[in-house]
Ligand binder design. Structure first.
Ligand code: GLU
Length: 404
């Protein structure tokens, strides 16, 4: 066997550019490690890693992808997903809103009318959210949170007890936020109980690979792509990604969405998780932070990846993808073959062709949808409306395959 045939010799077309982007930003040592708790000041500021995990479960790593760090605020969207998954959005929404606050993460952002924190990604909202987790003691609730975060990561995650002790010993501001949330009725447990679970959830140890798997779980409608387990409801994944898109990068979230275009969440430990829905999750870590509290090199890596690989969610081709493989009419019978995703714009195109075919004299329309990989509810509805309308006019509509 020649060297070229050796599988270890092939380029990894995802890992290699990821490693290149990490190398490109390695010299950037701007920013400061968070020092809000004494324990943070001891971390190695130079650690720098990235990992990307696709919804197919493929893992690509670069730099110090296996270096452990505490998850901090990156836990917040996941605990929110857990609460929404277990209690439903409406119940969670009674306690915490979904509006960007435009304020720093530890600001006193409570709605003046309802007393609810603006969103679950600022500290007040995150403390209220962890208090929604069921369990009879703080210990039991944290165990449930830890188990959930572990299910998202696809492996057992542990607590950094020293970071937890330091968070707790220096957590007066978070306790003050909890007191305010409690006095307004948003917090449903005692301040000590709620903040204990919150401090612990922030102190869970992860790697960038864990963050990438957790992000890929959100990208994959709540199914962990490694374990294939549905760890949260599909709706919880959708709502969580929406909140990450609007509130995930502290008071820099609008700028982030405009420039990078991926829902993301960062933490003071220097970790960031970013998600390309239906495609992959990315985890990055580098402890030095900018003035908003986001990892400097982590943000730079994601910005570069977004530019280099056209990842911005709102980038789109000029022409919508056509679902129509072929469309032919012969002797009053029209046969159409569809493939890929049957969405609203696909339904619009197909309906137009169906009406044209009928106007041109077709009495039968046969659609082969065996190549359709996903059909959207709205698109199916439009198609059913037009099918019923044509059938009432004695046109035969025959569908081969399943549009559900
Ligand atoms: N444990 C930190 C705090 O609550 C987390 C802050 C963060 O990562 O934004 O202050």
């Amino acid at each position: 066997m020649t060297a070229a045939n050796d599988s270890t010799d092939h380029p990894d077309p995802i890992r290699d550019p990821l490693a290149e982007v990490v190398a490109r930003h390695r010299q950037n040592t701007s920013g400061d490690v968070a020092t809000y708790i004494p324990e943070r000041a001891t971390v190695d500021a130079d650690g720098f890693g990235a990992a990307l995990v696709s919804v197919h479960g493929k893992v690509h790593r670069a730099g110090d992808a296996d270096r452990p760090f505490t998850i901090q605020s990156v836990s917040k969207p996941f605990v929110y997903a857990m609460a929404v998954s277990e209690l439903g959005l409406e119940e969670v929404h009674r306690h915490v809103g979904v509006e960007p606050s435009g304020e720093p993460f530890n600001a006193i952002s409570l709605d003046p009318d309802t007393g609810r924190p603006d969103n679950p990604l600022i500290n007040a909202g995150a403390i209220v959210t962890s208090a929604l987790v069921d369990g009879s003691t703080a210990n039991e609730r944290f165990e449930r949170v830890r188990t959930f975060l572990s299910a998202c990561a696809g492996r057992e995650l542990d607590l950094d007890v020293e970071v937890f002790a330091s968070e707790s010993a220096n957590g007066d501001r978070n306790r003050a936020l909890a007191h305010l949330a409690r006095s307004s009725g948003a917090l449903r447990r005692s301040v000590d109980d709620a903040t204990e679970v919150y401090f612990r959830q922030c102190s869970v140890i992860v790697t960038t690979e864990d963050l990438a798997v957790m992000g890929a779980t959100l990208a994959n409608s709540g199914v962990n792509p490694l374990t294939k387990r549905q760890v949260m409801s599909e709706r919880a994944a959708t709502i969580t990604l929406s909140i990450m898109a609007t509130c995930g990068m502290y008071d820099h979230s609008g700028e982030w969405m405009a420039r990078v275009g991926l829902p993301a969440k960062s933490g003071v430990g220097g970790g960031i998780v970013a998600v390309q829905p239906a495609q992959f999750g990315i985890g990055v870590h580098s402890p030095r932070l900018d003035s908003w509290g986001n990892s400097v090199r982590g943000s730079a890596v994601l910005q570069s990846l977004s530019q280099d690989f056209d990842l911005h969610l709102f980038d789109h081709p000029n022409e919508p993808r056509s679902p129509i493989v072929s469309w032919e009419t012969d002797g009053g019978v029209t046969v159409g073959v569809l493939r890929g995703e049957f969405d609203l714009i696909s339904a619009e195109a197909v309906i137009e062709l169906m009406l044209e075919a009928v106007a041109g004299g077709s009495r039968t329309i046969r659609l082969d949808v065996t190549g359709v990989t996903r059909s959207r509810t709205g698109a199916r509805h439009l198609f059913q409306v037009i099918s019923r309308h044509l059938e009432a006019r004695d046109i035969d509509i025959v569908v081969e395959g399943n549009l559900d």
